[in-house]
Design a protein around this ligand. Sequence first.
Ligand SMILES: C[S@@+](CC[C@H](N)C(=O)[O-])C[C@H]1O[C@@H](n2cnc3c(N)ncnc32)[C@H](O)[C@@H]1O
Length: 216
Amino acid sequence: MRMRKKKWAEGWMEEHSGYITSTPQDYKGQWKKMLNKDILHVEIGMGKGDYLRQMSKMYPEAAWVGIERDPSAAAVAARKAVEENYDLSNNHMICGNAEFMLDWFGENEIDVIHLNFSDPWPKKHYHKRRLSSEKFLNIYKTLLNENGKILMKTDNKDLFEDSVLYFLQNGFTLTDFSVDFRREEHSEDAITEYESKFMEQGLPIYRLCAVVDHKE
Ligand SMILES: C[S@@+](CC[C@H](N)C(=O)[O-])C[C@H]1O[C@@H](n2cnc3c(N)ncnc32)[C@H](O)[C@@H]1O
C-alpha cells in the first residue's frame, strides 16, 4: 500500500542530503571509500528502512546503502535513522528509482543486493516493473562483483515462482531456497516492516539466494 504523501519529505531530505541523496551519481564507484568499508550491501525498495537500520547495526563491518523511490517513505526511513541518533557512518540512503542504478554504482561495485517484499505487480503487462525481472537482473549482473549475490524475500508465491525462473534464465544460480524461511530461527537476518505483518498472520516467507554464474 502506497504511503500517504508527507509534505515535509522533500524539504527535510534537502536539509539532510549528507545522509539521504537524490544525486547518487556523485558517489558512483566511491561508495566503499566514502563509507570506509570493503563490503557493500544495497537494499532496493527499503520502504521505511527498518531492515537497513537493523542490518547496518548487526553488521557494522560492512557498508549499507538503501534505495527507495517513494519520497515520503524515503524521508521517513532517513528521519528515523537520524532521529534515532544511531551510528550513520556505515550507511547511506538514496531517494530514487532503481532503474537508474547503472548511473549510481560502478561495475562490480556491489557485493550483496537485498530485495525485500518487492511490489509483486501481478498483472502480466506490468511484470517488467518487478525488481527481479530480466531488465533489473541485467543491471544487477553488471553491478555485482564476481562473488556477488542477491537475497530475495517475499510473501508472494507467484512472484517467487516467476522470479526463480527469471534468475535461472538470466545467468544466475540459486544457492539457497526456502518456502518457509521463518519456520526456523534466523537471527542473522533482520525482519522487515512487511515481513513482520505477514509473520503475525502466520503466512510463510519465501526466500532465495542467487549468485551470478560467471562474469564475462
Ligand atoms: C512492498 S514495499 C516493501 C518495503 C520494505 N522492503 C519491507 O519489506 O517492509 C516495496 C517498496 O519498494 C519500493 N520500490 C518499488 N520499486 C522501486 C524501484 N524501482 N526503485 C526503488 N524503490 C522501489 C516501493 O516504493 C516500496 O516502498
